[in-house]
Design a protein around this ligand. Structure first.
Ligand SMILES: Nc1nc2c(ncn2[C@@H]2O[C@H](COP(=O)(O)OP(=O)(O)O)[C@@H](O)[C@H]2O)c(=O)[nH]1
Ligand SMILES: [Mg+2]
Length: 206
């Protein structure tokens, strides 16, 4: 279990596989220099962005799934820890941002499905929905995607959201964390916060 979570009543979490851009996104949202990996799996503990005066936390959780140079058992420990973290704090979590590398996700999902496995991203999405946590699918690295609409349709469908992806614009947010192109994600977050009667937190997602 992860240590050191400040006791706050409101939280937004960033989750996803390693190397998808969670820490880059965190840095972009908060303006703080969290460590960004050349090597996947560099974030092994949560990064907390704590706002005690707002009783609010933004948390960048460690990545799950494949990480080169990291033992399988260790990877599984991280996924279990992330699952436990979300379960035990689900009452405080106002929204989850499931970050996906839009440039590689289709290939990864296909590889898993052809082996008969449930891909981690889809598994995790269903887990968040089961816990009734409002979840944004942040499709990152769109600066590297050529056929954006077609790719987003494929990604959307594989998460059980039939194409065209645009009908899910309250869930699917194409972004580039690197370029600071986050407007679709910020707009969904603001709506979720407003609906959760948390207009006091809108200032963090302008
Ligand atoms: N091209 C591109 N690269 C990105 C983007 N966001 C993150 N990256 C790169 O992806 C790598 C992993 O990013 P990081 O934030 O450490 O991922 P994390 O493991 O999910 O925290 C780094 O080399 C980032 O510079 C993006 O929007 N576009
Ligand atoms: Mg990271």
């Amino acid at each position: 279990m992860f240590q050191g979570r400040p006791a706050r009543n409101s939280e937004i979490i960033l989750v996803g596989r390693s190397n998808v851009g969670k820490s880059t996104l965190m840095r972009n949202i908060t303006g703080r220099a969290f460590r960004i990996g050349k090597k996947p799996g560099v974030t092994r503990k949560p990064n907390f962005y704590d706002h005690p005066q707002h009783n609010f936390l933004i948390t960048d959780l460690p990545g799950f799934g494949f990480m080169s140079g990291v033992e399988r058992t260790y990877r599984e420990t991280i996924k279990t820890d992330v699952v436990q973290y979300v379960e035990s704090n689900s009452n405080s979590i106002l929204a989850a941002v499931l970050v996906i590398d839009g440039n590689s996700v289709i290939e990864i999902i296909d590889r898993h499905l052809s082996r008969g496995d449930i891909p981690h991203d889809i598994d995790f999405y269903n887990f968040l929905i089961d816990l009734e946590i409002p979840t944004i699918l942040a499709i990152n690295k769109i600066d590297k995607i050529n056929n954006l609409d077609a790719s987003l349709d494929t990604i959307s469908t594989s998460f059980g959201l039939p194409q065209p992806w645009k009908q899910w614009s309250d869930i699917i947010a194409p972004i580039s964390a690197k370029k600071g192109d986050l407007s679709s994600m910020l707009s969904i977050l603001r709506t979720l916060l407003h609906d959760a009667k948390h207009d006091d937190l809108l200032q963090f997602f302008k």
